[in-house]
Design a protein. Sequence first.
Length: 250
Amino acid sequence: MTASFFTLLIFAGIAAGLSGTIAGLASLFSYPALLAVGLPATAANVTNTVALAIGSVGAVPSSRRELSGQLGAARRLGIACVLGSAAGAALVLVSPPGVFERVVPFLVGAASLLVLVRRPPHEDAEARTTSAHPWLVTGGTFAVSVYSGYFAAASGVVMLALLLATVPESLLRVNALKNLLLVVTDVVAAAGFAAFGPVSWSTALPLTIGLLAGSWLGPVVARWLPAKLLRIGIALAGIGLAIKLGADAF
């Protein structure tokens, strides 16, 4: 790997770590960077998931303050994440060649539109007092985890939207829980991809270095960064990526 590609992947990892922990869109930076260095779509996806599994761990210690008191919910929803992510990863490994490349543009486009049209949550520190039925939260978490195991792009946005609608906590605390659950889904999928998928370890290394730095900084930045412009910018970038991937696939 050339020095320029190595550097590109480090900076892509930093951007992915920051955007992933703040807005749930890590793969919209890391995935196209892997494509740019020449990896095929499926190899880029599994390599991206392995890097995310290691790199996103940095968000957990930075979010200890917001995760306080949420251990019970994390355990219950974590089980759903394990099962869902395993199912999604299996779909990647057993799908016929070419299917993944044609499905991804629609997944990226739909997730990006969700970011763009989603009403921004209130950013005060007050937790809400009502929550959905636990089975509804668990079932929704399982469904999002299937998607995350199949393709991680924007799964954090979907997970965040689900938790904000169903968990009686403030935005920062829900975001911290989302980050923890995504670590679980990434680790489970990465284990399957490492054993059976075409992981490019040489490209995973610099991406992981950047992700570790970006994901550690993300929760700190999220405490003061205005989210509205960031959300719009990332959504528009995601839509542009979906169009590019669709043009290449079709």
